[in-house]
Design a protein around this ligand. Structure first.
Ligand code: 9WN
Length: 419
């Protein structure tokens, strides 16, 4: 069984391999996505180390001069996705989007280094990648934490990677829809529309893109100019974990300055994260920086926070919370608490399980010594795969495979779990 699953997962990766990068899945997402690539490298590394490094090299080679690493790189023309380069208009040598995504590359590079059999290749590639990943991290704290609080904000739901999470419903109300140019969605031609975001949400996604475009994609001004500014604990946890990983790696490679700065960013971020803890919910919450209020929404963003080096007591509380959620969901971890009235088990980030989330939460729990729950997440993940294949996401109650099929990062996570 294990052997078959690994072979099938490798086939998915091969199917979506475009040579120097992978597409998340053929049809629905025909370009390179930022955090998909970083996490997919964790699948490749088990059977083709050089290919794993190339995945991250390609991503980082499209970094903007300001330090931002865009969320999509439009390597080749394809009309199958909206919004394409004609909407973004970022004027990059190779077209890219103008916003970013969870910065998981630092963590991924450290993992590739740890797993390397070819140490000299790994050292050479890691040494070359460190300065650009570090510049990206500094860009975050400079442009997305302008008051130096230690927490960065996202300015578009797509940046979170959790596009239509219930977390964004309240802050999204502040985003207008007037002046949105007419458009045709493509996602609903490839996937079941009931599994995807709504038209109202798409109008707001596009309004924000047009707004940032009118500001010429100047990333130094976009934070203050955006009506949507949200601090997501899960996103911050990924950034913190990547800073900590870069700190360790840089120290091992004798890059003292990078190590020192990264350690300081990780420490400040970890301390600041505690402000997002909710005793009532027993988990972390998002904070609407534009409205200056907490978003009382029990989503997976507040559980993913365990990916950062949070205090032991908090990690224990997250494990308890997962236990509680596990009483109403057959498969952990639903992207939203199933008992919440807004929960929707098949609609994208409003309920379904995502394997990448499971592996990051499981990894964080293991780091914190929460081995039982960490293992449960891996077991639930494999049960889902065995039942429903390599889907984009799954209904946490019925295991229905949802969204796109033959999904790269789902397959990569399976390889990483099973090897
Ligand atoms: C927008 C590629 C991406 C993931 C995101 C996921 C989805 C895109 C979309 O697909 O977002 O970036 O068009 O729906 O939400 O996490 O990176 O797999």
């Amino acid at each position: 069984m294990t052997k078959d699953l690994i072979a099938e997962a490798k086939n998915v990766l091969r199917l979506n391999d475009r040579g120097a990068y992978t597409v998340p899945t053929h049809g629905l997402y025909p370009f390179q996505w930022n955090w998909d690539s970083a996490l997919s490298a964790l699948g490749f590394v088990h059977f083709d180390e050089a290919r794993a490094w190339t995945e991250i090299d390609t991503l980082m080679s499209h970094q903007w001069p300001c330090g931002m690493v865009p969320h999509i790189i439009f390597h080749e023309h394809d009309d199958g996705y909206f919004p394409g380069p004609d909407v973004w208009q970022t004027a990059r040598p190779v077209a890219t989007s103008g916003i970013t995504q969870p910065p998981v590359s630092g963590y991924a590079v450290a993992r590739l280094m740890d797993m390397a059999r070819d140490k000299s290749l790994a050292e050479e590639r890691a040494r070359a990648l460190l300065p650009s990943i570090h510049a990206w991290h500094k860009w975050f704290y400079r442009t997305r934490d302008p008051r130096g609080e230690g927490l960065v904000a996202i300015i578009h739901p797509w940046e979170s990677g959790r596009d239509n999470s219930i977390d964004w419903d309240a802050p999204f109300a502040a985003v207008p829809t007037d002046g949105v140019e007419p458009y045709t969605r493509r996602d609903t031609m490839h996937a079941n529309p009931d599994h995807r975001p709504t038209k109202e949400q798409y109008d707001r996604y596009i309004w924000l893109v047009q707004h940032f475009r009118s500001l010429k994609w100047d990333t130094e001004v976009l934070h203050d100019a955006s009506p949507f500014r949200v601090v997501d604990p899960g996103f911050n946890a990924i950034l913190i974990r990547s800073c900590a990983a870069v700190a360790e790696l840089a120290a091992a490679l004798g890059e003292g300055e990078i190590a020192k700065e990264s350690r300081a960013m990780a420490a400040k971020g970890t301390a600041a994260l505690d402000q997002l803890w909710s005793d009532t919910r027993g988990q972390y919450l998002c904070y609407d920086r534009a409205k200056e209020e907490f978003i009382d929404s029990p989503s997976i963003g507040g559980l993913l926070t365990v990916f950062a080096p949070i205090p032991e007591g908090r990690a224990q509380a997250i494990a308890d919370r997962l236990n509680q959620i596990g009483k109403t969901a057959e498969f952990l971890v639903p992207s939203h608490d199933p008992v919440a009235p807004e929960f929707d088990g098949a609609r994208y980030w409003r309920g379904p399980v995502w394997l990448i989330m499971n592996t990051m939460i499981s990894d964080g729990l293991a780091q914190a010594g929460q081995h039982v729950m960490s293992q449960r997440l891996m077991d639930d993940s494999l049960r889902l795969i065995e039942k429903s294949g390599f889907a984009e996401y799954y209904d946490p109650i019925t295991a229905e495979p949802c969204g796109g099929g033959h999904f790269t990062w789902t397959a990569a996570m399976v390889i990483d779990i099973l090897y």
